[in-house]
Design a binder for this molecule. Structure first.
Ligand code: MN
Ligand code: MN
Length: 289
């Protein structure tokens, strides 16, 4: 457990996936970027993603045939604005816990990737350890980054230290250094690096519920230029949709993080994020019907 982390417990009992309302997803925006490095701006992402989602250029019907826009189980819970202090940051756990307590599976719009730590605390409190499918250019496994244990470069180190998840599978990685390779070894993380990626072997071998954590910089900057950390040589939009659609186990939650509208070009990255909302929500609704 991280120093200074209070061990609050708001749950008397752990609920099961089955106890959550069948086919119900709660969309929630977490406007937080205080734990970013290099630049700010991702706190504006939920606004940009909602605008793209509802701009009228496309229906909200997913490729899997789920009409997300007219589905009674798709509930938009609005945004939470997160201050730059640690208390506000750790309270993200309660915001996501509220979604779960309403019987809804959380679909969270970040925000920087730091938020996945309090999100997974909430998921663990409600559902126990689940599998995580993490799309990213970066593994976000730094033991320490610029002295901030909650940095967006470190959420998965904190998640694994706390034993919050069952299995971590990384896809799209192209930034491993010596320290990060050691962290991968230390925590037993499964990494699909871009340099030797075989997409056919990703996402179809989970043995239980899956949480999808999607960092927009997993995509090549050609598809998603609106991110703070451009890392060329990434995934194509089509590839990630195919992997997500092929997940055989139920998707019980997701986050879509690191869209930086101030870096976007003609809202094209916001449109990709909106497409991911539609496809991931469609998958979650279908899986839990
Ligand atoms: Mn990340
Ligand atoms: Mn990243």
């Amino acid at each position: 457990t991280v120093k200074g982390m209070s061990s609050r417990c708001y749950h008397a009992e752990t609920m099961s996936v089955e106890k959550l309302k069948a086919g119900a997803v709660g969309l929630i925006g977490i406007r937080s970027d205080a734990n970013s490095t290099f630049m700010r701006g991702v706190a504006e992402a939920p606004v940009a993603i909602r605008r793209a989602l509802h701009n009228g250029s496309s229906s909200l019907c997913s490729e899997l045939g789920v009409d997300v826009g007219h589905h009674t189980g798709f509930v938009d819970l609005g945004d939470r604005v997160i201050g730059s202090n640690v208390e506000d940051f750790l309270a993200i756990e309660d915001h996501v816990g509220d979604v779960l307590r309403q019987g809804l599976l959380p679909l969270v719009l970040g925000g920087d990737h730091a938020i996945t730590y309090p999100i997974m605390r909430a998921i663990h409190a409600a559902l126990g350890p689940v599998n995580v499918l993490h799309f990213d250019a970066h593994p976000d496994l730094y033991d320490d980054y610029e002295g901030n244990p909650y940095s967006h470069a470190s959420p998965f180190a904190r998640i694994l230290e706390d034993g919050l998840i069952k299995r971590l599978v990384l896809v799209g990685i192209r930034t491993l250094n010596t320290h990060l390779r050691e962290q991968v070894e230390r925590f037993g993380v499964e990494v699909h690096e871009m340099k030797d990626l075989d997409l056919g072997s990703v996402g179809n071998d989970f043995d239980g519920p899956v949480f999808i954590s999607f960092d927009m910089d997993a995509l090549d900057p050609a598809f998603a230029p609106g991110v703070s950390h451009h890392e060329p040589g990434g995934l194509a939009t089509r590839d990630v949709l195919t992997v997500i659609q092929r997940v055989t186990q139920p998707v019980i939650g997701a986050d879509i993080v690191e869209l930086n509208p101030s870096r976007d070009i003609n809202d094209m990255t916001a449109m990709v994020a909106a497409k991911l909302v539609k496809e991931i929500a469609g998958k979650m609704l279908q899986d839990t019907e």
